[in-house]
Design a protein around this ligand. Structure first.
Ligand code: ATP
Ligand code: MG
Length: 645
């Protein structure tokens, strides 16, 4: 089998960084090149310098101990994540700076300065200790996007408890599985959460999950929505009551650099969720470095990463990265269309958000809702906008830059994974021109290559498998409780490199474009086609807002292309015309044999298109496999009765 992926989309646009932005940017192209070269040639010096910007109770003896596939970073160093994210800033006299600006779906606003957040975290750390939670214990967090989720994470980190956040949209059985897998002894939840105006009964879900999760001994319950709940005496404690009794003094516990910081289950686009384990020191150093560099952080920025803390993006770029940098974060509890599709722009206008970091799924929804909505708001506070989570189609990228970024803000497309912990590929704003749909260059210390299954590099412009050739500080350490799966999935596929599971190509400037998941690659008449390029061609048609393509077994071609498209509001899709459009844009080979016009696409709860079920729909098969991570399973039922055109 060939492992190359055909490159069919030809995107020639390149957009220079705005002069003003470039002038005050943290890194110029020369500085990046010099530091990047050093990070590969002399990683000890590079990473020691990066780590020295943070506080260590004991300095490390060795930067990296690499016993493939296991890495230990900053060996024998002792530090504390919460201390670095909070105490360090307060002690330096920055206690009055805002750490969090939070807005509820109902419009309530709460802010916390660094000093206030530190006090709350100290209290919460005392609460955890009073409940008997010790360093090394696991704590599952099942909370809406409210300040208490940040406080919980930092309190766990402060005492060395390993947190495992389960997105509040997950069901009882998904929650129970994750509590059991992590063997958590404490669950932090809320009476209920708000989602699109409705209440989600979190405590009732937690009660049912507890029935099949015997490791669970206690529940700490935040009163968020005033919902009636049953509190089991001896097991359940109200957060506000425990906090009121707890002292505000707490010494952060010095922890080994490799102490487990968190377990996080991946969103499940491709199969059974894996518990990804991250540890303390290396993750901390990577997050401190990448947040400053990639977002070009300035002291007066208001950074809004819209991801829920239930996903790695929220862990890394709402909580840990920004707070380690002493930045101010915006957090919004609710849905982007509450009460309408103007909510994000209203928040940006009122709070003067300067950096927006969101996902292609949101961007495509905003496009679909129409330009007139964002155009009603003053978005001039924005200076940088970013994307993460899926490949962004060049047309969506251009729309984002023009309508949200006012043709003025650089757009950063950032490729990374739950497993990588921090951003791996992007185009540093201010340093380099950006190319729509292309993530760009490696971050410091990241050594990517595009290879075949034997590990041989493919040529410039050719598509292949994206791998990372050396360990980096924030890499996953293992799959929780299943080291064998860790070895096989990430280090066993291609000799001696980390296999990301994505396809990509690199152009002659060294920019890397991610072409979609390798599992989703189509094989049409002997050509291997990534999903991103065909979908991008579909989305570039004015009548199409969003698209997903999959292969369907075909006697003649091996596989043929099947497209699922969501029409742009106010447009109808003409299948014949759309076929022609794809053929014109990227070639007859990619012309869809069947087109389904859908009213929604199946997505994970983190908003990613889930193609494995679409393959079953396209082949006319029964839907099989774990659908628990689907946001709305009824989408599939509707698609099964939709005629192909
Ligand atoms: P699972 O591994 O359980 O299937 P998942 O891969 O969706 O879930 P995440 O770790 O949240 O879980 O997502 C990482 C993946 O998202 C990447 O491997 C890649 O496929 C995709 N991705 C993230 N950012 C980008 C980006 N900027 N461009 C292209 N793809 C991206
Ligand atoms: Mg993945």
């Amino acid at each position: 089998m060939s492992d190359k992926i055909d490159a069919v989309l030809h995107e020639e646009r390149s957009i220079a960084p705005p002069t003003d932005f470039a002038r005050s940017a943290r890194y110029s192209a020369e500085q990046y090149r010099e530091l990047y070269a050093q990070s590969l040639a002399d990683p000890d010096t590079f990473w020691s310098k990066a780590a020295d910007e943070l506080h260590w109770f004991r300095r490390w003896d060795q930067v990296l101990d690499w016993q493939e596939p296991h890495a230990r970073w900053f060996v024998n160093g002792q530090t504390n994540m919460a201390y670095n994210a909070l105490d360090r800033h307060v002690q330096a006299g920055r206690g009055d700076k805002r750490a969090i600006v939070w807005e509820g779906e109902d419009g309530e606003v709460r802010t916390y300065t660094y000093a206030e957040l530190l006090r709350e975290v100290q209290r919460a750390a005392n609460v955890l200790e009073s409940l008997g939670v010790k360093a090394g214990d696991r704590v599952t967090v099942y909370l809406p996007l409210i300040p208490e989720v940040v406080i919980s994470l930092l309190a766990c980190a402060r005492i060395g408890a390993t947190h495992s956040v389960v997105f509040a949209g997950f069901s009882v059985s998904a929650l129970a599985d994750r509590i059991e897998n992590a063997q958590s002894r404490l669950l932090i939840t809320a009476d209920a959460g708000y989602r699109r105006g409705a209440q989600v009964p979190l405590k009732a879900n937690a009660d049912r999950a507890a029935e099949s999760a015997p490791s669970l001994q206690q529940m700490l319950v935040v009163a968020r929505a005033g919902a009636a709940v049953e509190m089991e005496p001896g097991r359940d404690v109200w957060w506000h009551e425990a906090m009121a009794q707890a002292g505000t003094e707490h010494q952060a516990v010095p922890l080994d650099s490799e102490h487990p910081l968190f377990v996080l289950y991946t969103s499940g686009s491709t199969g059974k969720p894996k518990g990804i384990l991250h540890t303390t020191g290396g993750y901390m150093v990577s997050l401190h470095l990448t947040t400053g560099a990639v977002f070009d952080l300035k002291d007066d920025d208001l950074l809004w990463c819209t991801a829920d803390v239930g996903w790695v993006t929220g862990h890394s770029y709402t909580v840990y990265g920004p707070l380690l940098n002493g930045a101010t974060v915006m957090i919004y509890e609710g849905a982007p269309n509450q009460p309408d599709w103007g909510r994000y722009w209203d928040i940006i206008q009122r709070h003067k958000v300067s950096i927006l970091y969101t996902a292609p799924t949101a961007i495509r929804s905003f496009m679909r809702a129409g330009d007139e909505i964002p155009e009603r708001f003053d978005l001039s506070s924005l200076r940088l906008i970013g994307s993460v989570g899926e490949p962004i189609n060049p047309e969506a990228w251009m729309w984002y830059r023009r309508v949200i970024g006012g043709d003025r803000c650089p757009v950063i497309d950032t490729w990374w994974q739950t497993e990588t912990g921090s951003i791996m590929l992007t185009t540093l704003p201010g340093a380099f021109p950006s190319k729509p749909g292309t993530a760009g260059l490696p971050m410091f210390g990241v050594d990517p290559a595009i290879v075949t299954r034997d590990g041989e590099e493919v040529g410039p412009g050719e598509g292949g498998l994206l791998v990372l050739r050396r360990p980096w500080p924030s890499m996953l350490r293992t799959v929780y409780g299943d080291d064998d799966r860790y070895r096989k999935t990430y280090w066993g596929e291609i000799p001696h490199v980390y296999f990301a599971g994505d396809g990509a190509r690199r152009d002659s400037d060294g920019y890397i474009t991610v072409m979609g998941r390798v599992d989703d690659v189509l094989n049409v008449s002997g050509h291997r086609l990534g999903t991103m390029e065909i979908e991008s061609a579909l989305v570039s048609h004015p009548a199409v807002a969003e698209a997903a393509v999959v292969g369907r077994p075909d006697d003649v071609k091996g596989e043929c292309v099947v497209a699922f498209v969501l029409p742009q509001v106010g447009h109808t899709v003409d299948p014949a015309e759309l076929r022609q459009h794809v053929a014109r844009e990227i070639g007859a080979l990619a012309r869809p044999d069947a087109i389904y016009v859908a009213d929604a696409l199946p997505k994970t709860r983190s908003g990613k298109i889930m193609r494995r079920f679409l393959r079953q729909v396209a082949a006319g098969q029964q839907i099989t496999g774990d659908t628990s991570t689907l946001e709305d399973p009824s989408v599939l039922e509707r698609l099964q009765t939709t005629p192909a055109q």
